[in-house]
Design a protein around this ligand. Structure first.
Ligand code: ADP
Ligand code: ZN
Ligand code: ZN
Length: 745
């Protein structure tokens, strides 16, 4: 396996004098920010194969790395090579498929092998600690635990946990999903001898799959096509309108894979969605489900990862980074909400989990399902090119059609709290019917601007040149670009005249206004501020389960496929920025957002209604979307991209650079430009300032490369990157190359 060209070993002080045969030199990926592998002599008394984890001397200390390949030559004389100190685990931790897929990823997204290969391991294993036990943690009550429950002596979480366990043993996974914060109670009760911990293996777990609804004919057709051949690679795009029951289709295909004794990997975009969907999978499939997300403790993550590696874990559910899970017995990969941009990592190693899922499914020889109500243009182009098979669920499972979007022209009417009179009336009538309302506002905080009416001053982030958002609860001004915070001044810093006025409405201010206007119903807010705590999103959404009148205010976090059964009115306050953005993807994103948010309405038995406030009711794009629908809009957008030679009808790579001084950025980008090969297939845009030329006090610039065909662009990227690494001007800036960037910021 060829990963990186240059290989060396940068230290030569205490070299081991090597006399053995030339073929055992190990090329090792080390977690250092350099693009090469490092050559070492093998350990003395054991064999280190590719995929093995080893400890090596490095500089003055040690590093843990992964053996990538065995080779018979080195650029360094063998006399200067150092020897691997220890093989950390006898067996390779990364299997051949994962090694090959990671190598592909390093190559494609220009990662450094160290960050990618060692980053694929859970931290505990990377540190060379002993492999943890991989049993599944479960809890049960003891005899005295049953009595304590009957006596009702315990309160709150403890009582709830005793009650749960009185019904039978529960795995930690189930408790995570059903009783947030149960661990403290478990510790107390175990100490009191009321409950005890058990360790199970996957085979000793009780299996009682709960039956789902009978599939409708469209779902049946999709499942039949998906499962026609479960023994080879095939990519499917499952395009189902919101509420069409895509999950039921995934579940049926998963059940098939499990019946063949295979593993299933499912990716979801949002961390907060995992406990809920994990529980749904567990109940419906009757197997344990590993939930991988960034909130896991190191030990838990390592156990889950090892259970996946041994094939014991049957279903693995996780966010972006779960795509690095070993799947020795893979049977199916599912990527839900495949259009979601959170699948693209935006810093460090800039990979795309959906695209890597395609690579892995092919390498593993298993079917892949990409699902969405609003597929990305990338996936639609792949359908057109015959690479993916399209499966369509055209109607809602509930037989209630998705409600049409009604446009509210905000030019004509004065807005109160950013809401028109029609919208307020609609909210009032919905609440009066004891139904629930969602108000979608894509701005968190209290007000996006704080101004002085006397002199025109407004609070501006000095490090970004952008207005700072007022957060009233925290009494802070916050820059949403660099997270800088400062106190709210009591009076205008410029003219010291009277009070300052908030302008515009963020979610926090809408919440305040709607609370004042509708004091009799619960008003809940969901944005990144209110959901920072684990399980907070679920708990808030749980308050809507009773189905009684309530108002939910939220940002795009709510557009991510939540099934909120009782919402009957959705209000989209304004998305007008998306109509006039310079980003060529803005229209696609806008259409996705409108369709996804609108799709939250009327999902159960009662009909829904969607109101969209806009200053531009006649905008051709909006009219096209609302009259002809998402599929028609994307056909047109794809034609435009083809005409303008933009992705997915062309390939892009973006070189970004930033530094404290503008000249440094300019000098580096000019040198990078000069280092480009003379290639007629390449279109070069820039060097130019980034769309946000100043952020967090850094001046930012970029150079965009485009080509109609992927090959010529990708062929030149790695040599170019290596040339950039040796430029003196590169050392004075922070730079990165983003392959297939999803935004140009
Ligand atoms: P999607 O992910 O496509 O938006 P979901 O899978 O969340 O939709 O399903 C929407 C709702 O419809 C869920 O409440 C689900 O239980 C229900 N549902 C799905 N399929 C069926 C079916 N065949 N019959 C009845 N209800 C169904
Ligand atoms: Zn002033
Ligand atoms: Zn800032």
């Amino acid at each position: 396996m060829q990963v990186m060209g240059a290989a060396n070993n940068i230290h030569d002080d205490t070299a081991d004098h090597y006399t053995g045969p030339m073929h055992d030199i190990l090329r090792i990926a080390l977690p250092v920010p350099l693009p090469q592998l490092f050559d070492y002599l093998p350990p003395r008394d054991c064999q280190a194969r590719p995929g093995c984890c080893v400890r090596v001397p490095f500089g003055r200390g040690h590093q843990t790395g992964i053996v990538i390949e065995c080779s018979n030559d080195s650029m360094l004389p063998t006399g200067r090579l150092k020897r691997v100190e220890a093989l950390l685990y006898a067996e390779p931790l990364l299997d051949a498929e994962l090694m090959a897929s990671l190598a592909w990823a390093v190559n494609y997204w220009l990662g450094t092998p160290g960050e990618v290969f060692t980053g694929a391991l859970p931290a505990t294993l990377r540190n060379g600690r002993p492999l943890p036990e991989t049993g599944i943690e479960a809890w049960a009550s003891t005899a005295s635990g049953g009595t304590a429950r009957i006596a009702g002596r315990r309160r709150g979480a403890s009582q709830a946990l005793l009650q749960q366990l009185a019904q039978g043993m529960r795995t930690a996974h189930v408790l995570d999903a059903e009783l947030p914060g149960w661990r403290d109670a478990a510790r107390r009760l175990a100490k009191a001898g009321l409950i005890e911990r058990h360790t199970l293996t996957a085979t000793t777990l009780p299996r009682v799959p709960v039956a789902g609804p009978p599939l409708n004919p469209e779902q049946q057709r999709a499942v039949a096509t998906l499962t026609a051949d479960m023994h080879g690679y095939h990519a499917f795009l499952l395009e189902g309108v919101t509420g069409s029951g895509k999950t039921e289709v995934y579940l049926a295909a998963m059940a098939q894979a499990l019946a063949h004794g295979r593993q299933v990997l499912m990716l979801v975009p949002e961390i907060s969605l995992t406990p809920q969907s994990g529980q749904r999978l567990r109940e419906r499939l009757g197997v344990d489900v590993e939930v991988l997300h960034s909130g896991l403790a190191d030990g838990e993550r390592a156990r889950a990862w090892l259970r996946a590696r041994s094939g014991e874990a049957r279903v693995i559910l996780g966010t972006r980074s779960a795509i690095f899970t070993p799947l020795p017995r893979a049977g199916l990969i599912v990527v839900d909400e495949e259009h979601d941009t959170s699948y693209k990592q935006q810093d460090g190693f800039r990979y795309h989990a959906r695209d890597l899922a395609v690579v892995r499914a092919r390498a593993l020889g298993v079917p892949l399902v990409l699902g969405s109500a609003t597929p990305s243009l990338e996936s639609l182009a792949n359908v057109e090119a015959g690479r993916y098979t399209r499966l369509v669920l055209p109607t809602r499972a509930s037989a209630r059609p998705a409600p049409p979007v009604q446009v509210i022209d905000t030019r004509a009417q004065p807005l109160r709290h950013g809401l028109s009179a029609d919208v307020i009336t609609a909210i009032a009538t919905t609440l009066a019917r004891d139904e629930q309302v969602l108000v979608f506002r894509n701005r968190r905080g209290y007000a996006p601007v704080l101004t002085c009416h006397a002199c025109g001053w407004h609070a501006q982030c000095p490090r970004c040149d952008k207005p700072m958002t007022l957060h009233a609860g925290r009494q802070r001004l916050v820059c949403h670009h660099c997270d800088r915070e400062q106190r709210v001044p009591a009076a205008c810093p410029d003219c010291s005249h009277g009070p300052l006025h908030p302008q515009g409405y963020g979610t926090e201010r809408l919440e305040e206004a709607l609370r004042a206007r509708f004091p009799e119903v619960p008003v809940l807010r969901i944005d990144s501020e209110t959901t920072r705590r684990r399980n907070a999103l679920e708990q808030t959404l749980g308050r809507l389960d009773d189905g009684h009148a309530a108002i939910l205010i939220g940002t795009q976090i709510l557009a991510k496929g939540h099934d909120l059964a009782h919402l009957t009115l959705v209000v989209i306050t304004s998305l007008d920025e998306g109509l006039y953005s310079v980003d060529f993807r803005a229209s696609e994103r806008l259409a996705q957002q409108i369709v996804q948010v609108a799709g939250r309405a009327g999902r159960a038995h009662k009909p829904g209604r969607v109101l969209l406030q806009t200053h531009h009711p006649d905008h051709p794009f909006l009219c096209h979307l609302l009259t002809a629908g998402y599929a028609s809009v994307t056909t047109k957008l794809l034609d435009e991209r083809r005409l303008l030679q933009l992705p997915p009808c062309a390939s892009q790579a973006l070189l970004r650079a930033e530094a404290g001084r503008c000249e440094l950025v300019g000098a580096f980008l000019a040198a990078a430009h000069a280092a480009l090969p003379d290639n007629p297939d390449l279109r070069i845009l820039g060097p130019m300032p980034a769309p946000m030329p100043l952020r967090a006090g850094h001046h930012r610039g970029q150079l965009l490369l485009e080509s109609d065909r992927r090959k010529p662009l990708h062929g030149m990227l790695k040599p170019w990157r290596d040339r950039l690494l040796s430029l003196p001007s590169a050392r004075k800036v922070r730079w990165s190359i983003d392959v297939d960037p999803v935004d140009l910021y």
